[in-house]
Design a protein around this ligand. Structure first.
Ligand code: GLN
Length: 463
């Protein structure tokens, strides 16, 4: 990562990033450009460097912030109308940690409203375009973040991954995307989607950058009781000796695009030639992952989104005559259709007549999936799978078909249900030039080893 020094100043780095952001304006990557704030911070950092002070590991490094991270710089909208005008009084822990090392936020990136989606088309501000094919989707929900990195506007961008939102856009745009172990990074100050699944991670250009960022942000946070004691930075690197790579038999079928299957077998051959053993895994419970996810996740969404009432945050409907009307009109006008769909499904699966049939069953399926991953990691060290069934699709192709959009998440959501880490790595291109990605999956707390493994394969990752 290029940090600032006396010759290449933070101001130069920030100006360059802002200029690139403007150059790519038609991609609709940013919901807010932090020109004034970023230049002010850059000047402060330059002054500190001039005084010979130690600034930090990310001195003057421009980065992009997914617009569901709270900070007082700009509005935090989560790309939803209902949060328009909301300026947060708090700063997310991850933002605090990055900035205490000298990183500078140059803009907030577009996402599917409240991170509900797989293409960034559910954004109130319109879709973000794919970095390598303007007619295609960026992936989602962290589409803006992945494209900002892929187009080399910033060195890294933050993301949230509840069911693939960092990994899938990373693979659609040819960058690295990490969904860490649940609880590795603090969720404090991040707009909640589904709290038992939400993970905070990054899009980067290299595994080394990912390593650096995780070493800065991972660790226990008193403001988020689900954070884990610092397993990432322990002195002796917890590197596992990786010898066996699992591939999931159940994912090798017609539902997966032929070019993705080819990329997977290419990678397996490469690994074999390097002496790794490829282990075939039977993971029958994974077929329930998508259904379980689309019950558990909306249930938690329905609860988390109940706080947006037109009183406490952002937008308030003008049409409200009384309190009931204030709630109804604000929520009716402020949420996107996909947000409303999830609120309705969530309340349905939690309702007294249906709780046992839906939510409880999904919770049981989740336990099976957790157990299945634990058993799989007895047989192999890491698992290699596709990130999504297909590479980037056309804008407009799936946006009116929620089930087709949900199927995008077939291979990503089981990791969130099980709490295990997954790293999307670039895996070459399709014949028509679209980015391909694969994901490396490890047991809980193996994030560091997963990244080390990707570093080892770095030169061949993009084959
Ligand atoms: N595509 C998934 C969904 O729509 C994942 C979203 C996410 O990870 N935030 O729920």
């Amino acid at each position: 990562m290029k940090t600032a020094n006396k010759t290449v100043t933070a101001t130069m780095l920030v100006k360059d990033a802002l200029q690139k952001a403007k150059h790519f304006a038609e991609y609709n990557i940013f919901t807010f450009l932090n020109e004034e704030g970023a230049l002010k911070k850059a000047a402060e950092i330059d002054a500190r460097i001039a005084r010979g002070e130690e600034v930090g590991k990310l001195a003057g490094v421009p980065y992009a912030l997914k617009d569901n991270f709270l900070s007082p710089e700009g509005q935090t909208t989560a790309s939803a109308h209902i949060l328009e005008g909301y300026v947060s009084p708090v700063t997310a822990t991850v933002v605090e940690k990055l900035e205490s090392e000298g990183a500078i936020m140059i803009g907030r990136t577009n996402l599917d409203a409240f991170a509900h989606g797989s293409s960034t088309e559910n954004s109130y501000f319109g879709p973000t375009h794919n970095a390598h094919d303007f007619e295609r989707v960026a992936g989602g929900s962290s589409g803006g973040s992945a494209v900002a990195v892929a187009l080399d506007i910033v060195e890294f961008a933050t993301g949230t991954d509840t069911g693939g939102s960092i990994r899938q856009p990373a693979s659609f745009n040819g960058v690295y995307g990490l969904k860490p172990t649940y609880g590795a990074n603090s969720r404090y100050g991040v707009v909640a989607m589904a709290s038992s699944l939400d993970c905070i991670g990054f899009s980067t250009k290299t595994p080394d950058d990912m390593d650096l960022l995780m070493s800065i942000t991972a660790g226990q946070d008193p403001k988020d009781m689900t954070t884990l004691p610092d397993f990432y930075n322990i002195a002796a690197p917890p590197t596992r000796t990786v010898t066996r790579i699992g591939v999931i038999k159940d994912f090798d079928n017609d539902a997966v695009d032929a070019e993705i299957r080819e990329a997977l077998s290419r990678k397996c051959e490469l690994l074999k030639s390097k002496g790794y053993e490829i282990v075939e895994l039977d993971m029958p419970a994974l077929k329930y992952a998508l259904a379980a996810y689309y019950i558990i996740q909306p249930a938690e969404v329905a609860s988390n989104l109940s706080r947006y009432d037109g009183v406490r945050y952002g937008f308030r409907s003008e049409r409200a005559q009384d309190l009931e009307g204030l709630y109804n009109n604000t929520r009716g006008e402020g949420f996107m259709p996909e947000n409303k769909r999830r609120i309705m499904i969530g309340n349905f699966v939690l309702s007294s007549g249906f709780y046992d049939a839906y939510f409880l069953k999904a919770a049981k399926a989740r336990t099976l999936i957790v157990q299945e991953y634990a058993e799989a990691f007895q047989k192999c060290d890491f698992i290699l799978t596709p990130v999504s069934p297909n590479p980037a699709f056309k804008l407009g192709e799936k946006v009116n078909d929620p089930v087709a959009m949900y199927l995008e998440d077939l291979m990503s959501v089981s990791l969130n249900l099980a709490g295990v880490p997954g790293l999307a790595v670039p895996a070459g291109k399709t014949r028509d030039g679209r980015s391909l990605g694969l994901q490396l999956v490890g047991p809980r707390r193996s994030d560091k080893s997963l990244i080390e493994f990707a570093k080892e394969l770095q030169d061949e990752n993009d084959l």
